[in-house]
Design a protein around this ligand. Sequence first.
Ligand code: SF4
Length: 515
Amino acid sequence: MMTTAARLSKSRFVTGCQCHKLLWWTVHEPNALELQPDKVLQDLFDQGRQVGEAARARYPGGVLIDLPHDARAARVAATQKALDAGAPAIFEATFIADDTYVAIDVLEQLNDGYRLTEVKSSTSQKPEHIPDVAIQARVAAACGVKVRAAAVLHLNKEFRHPASGDLFARTDVTAPVVALLPSVPDEIDRQREMLAGPLPDVPVGLHCFEPRKCPFMGRCWPDAPDHIRHLAGVGPKKTAAYLTRGITSIAELPAREKLNFTQRRQLKAMADQRLIVEPTLARELARFTSPLSASAERRTGGEDSRRKRGTGGEVLGFLDFETIARAIPVWPGMAPWQQAAAQFSYHERQPDGSYTHAAFLAEGPNDARPPLAAAMVRATAHAGRVVMYTPFEKTRIRELQRAVPRLATELAALEAKLIDLHPVVKNCVYHPDFKGSFSLKAILTPLVPELTYNDLVIVDGRVASVEIARLLFVADKIPRQERDRVRQELLDYCQRDTWAMVKLVERLQQLSERP
Ligand code: SF4
């Protein structure tokens, strides 16, 4: 254990503002498994770096303190040199005071001092940016810099690729930073004192989720399946409210607690330790299993309907998308962080009960939406209804109607065929192993134990999104063999998602037929 006070930095201070225990582990166990960035976090860092670099173009004549972060003394000296030379802006301007190290994204000269600007890749200024800027203002001021204004330069949600509007928007945060400044030295002292002692005892609460989900939740939160955070529909805020009331497990909920229907069903399933299936399942599932209804036939039009009637049953499709989301948008009309479909998997049940499969995965940096939309319209042309899980696919198809106007009519027709399986499960079925979640991954193993994602490399939509973006935009940096392998892993993952829906419908049908 350390006995001398640890040196702070901007990021450590901000971490400490979230939770002292999190800061203690971050400082004393820097190699902890939980702190090693996964692909998704690494991608977030990379995108943040890209946004920072793009922001610098706004400050002509700016000087970058381009030295390694561990060369602190050299960085401080280079910053002083740039200040003395009257640089109009200094990027990564570095200062040390109160044994605290900060590197300011942009220190911009004003008539009577400097404006300190923190660049963020978010699309708005958030409350957690204030301590972030305040620690920088405090340290710079302690080093003699006249900080007159403070701002957060974030991405502008109104911007559209390639050049509609300004990519950045600036929010002045001088007033909230000035209001917070008097408390900063005390918080620095508290953090340094805490770091010199043993692991602090901090109870769990909302701070474990906000502003960032803590990587150490596995250490602090009990893994019990009946923990109150596993009550259906309960997010961080409600969980924290229950904890404040002293309710840590579902069993501790008072008998007169106001709960919704889904939660009551969950409590019953947990008490009986069994799967509960509502008698309404057969009715709710009818659209997913029965032949095309007369009204649906009218909707889909004469020729196709006659063809389907001729085959004696409806063609049912199962659709799933994977998307990319980039801080700096990449395709026409896209806003910062907007999701765009880049991959789909589609299973189709033929009237004879067999299944066909179609897939699309973007290749190269060009806009993937037109070829994706064309392939999807072709693949789904004969489906009467298309199953999705949650409205995610519907939202993407609506976006595609705007992005690919020449296929807007066909895409609107596809949108009209979509039917959502998620509410059927949520309204009618509960297994204790759902642990309060109705996500496809959460319900699949309890309901269809023979089908898992265990044999796949990619098992998470966020990882899939990052991997697709890597294949599309930095392919030249990836060896050919790795590119082929990742491509196959993505295809396997998306295909498993639609096959999971196929199996889920079959299983739900069996359950609905049970006496
Ligand atoms: S899980 Fe919560 S209490 Fe534990 S270190 Fe993280 S933020 Fe702190």
